[in-house]
Design a binder for this molecule. Sequence first.
Ligand code: NAD
Length: 335
Amino acid sequence: MDNRNTKEKLGIALVGLGSYSEGQLAPALQQTAHCYLAGIVTGSEEKAKRWQVQYNIAEANTYNYQNFEEIANNSDIDIIYIVLPNSMHAEYVIRAAATGKHVICEKPMALSVEDCNRMIDACNKAGVQLSIGYRLHFEPFNAEMMRIGKEQPFGPLKKIKSDHGMADTDGWRIEKALSGGGPLQDLGIYCIQACRYTTGMEPIAVTAQEGAKTKPEKFKDVEESMTWQMEFPDGITAECSTTYVKRMSYLRAEAERGFAELDPAFDYNGLQGKTSDGPLQFADINQQAAQMDDFALALKEGRPTPVPGEMGRQDVAIIQAIYKAMETGQRVELK
Ligand code: NAD
């Protein structure tokens, strides 16, 4: 069956108009070639009015969390993008799939592998694609790390180092019920992803250590920082860290005859990199525009997204293994 979408630009509805939707996704959707901001889902009437004016969104394409399912009857909307706190991803992806629209879900995909399975099953059953908001797969510096890992210009990889931290955070991110955990869920996931896409391999086992808390009154519920190690096939090892009290954005791959390094590695723009041969030079791109355009193009061309739910589920499995290793002090093997 040919299920390609023949529209010139597919309509995206953003669900949850918080800082990522407002600061990154909506502006990116002004630059996209294959999709546009067609609708919004918000619990705030004030935000609904403001966005309708700012982005020329019709009242008929404006929804709240109660009438969300009516999107099923809206032919302007082809893709529903879930940009809510982590604990809400599973419920909203499943509700989105039931409308028959394709779905993008922000990272981390969910708080458990079981929820990821339910989300994947719901999308399969509805015959829609599920993509995870892994913007760095469409970013040239990180794509170069993937190429170096694959083509091995410096020989086989030996060691990866990756760190991602922010100097501060607040709100649902430090409430375990909503976030699933601390910086590992929010930022460390980028290091996990980077190790996976640089090596092109899956980790075999992990060990992990919680960092001492400098603000125990603030980080009551979740880790403030942590370090962890991952073993990959062929003896490749990864050393990673994440924190909510210091800015870090780093990825380095050491190979037999050289290295490649990005610093900053995971920011929205201004990435920089070098290898043992010299500096890496790529133009800044709008990562979110590239990510959403690729998904829209995948739907137009009838091909699978390169960042599917199964990829998100594997990161959730690795996160769970890292927490288990941190809590037990044991080496935890991954299937
Ligand atoms: P945010 O707190 O700024 O926005 C969350 C939105 O959800 C708000 O509009 C809020 O009103 C709404 N919401 C609905 N029910 C809520 C509830 N019960 N509690 C709290 N908020 C509720 O968060 P954000 O930074 O926009 O993050 C949203 C998602 O996007 C998260 O999953 C996050 O990991 C992800 N994210 C991804 C990137 C990326 O680079 N891919 C960057 C930032 C955030």
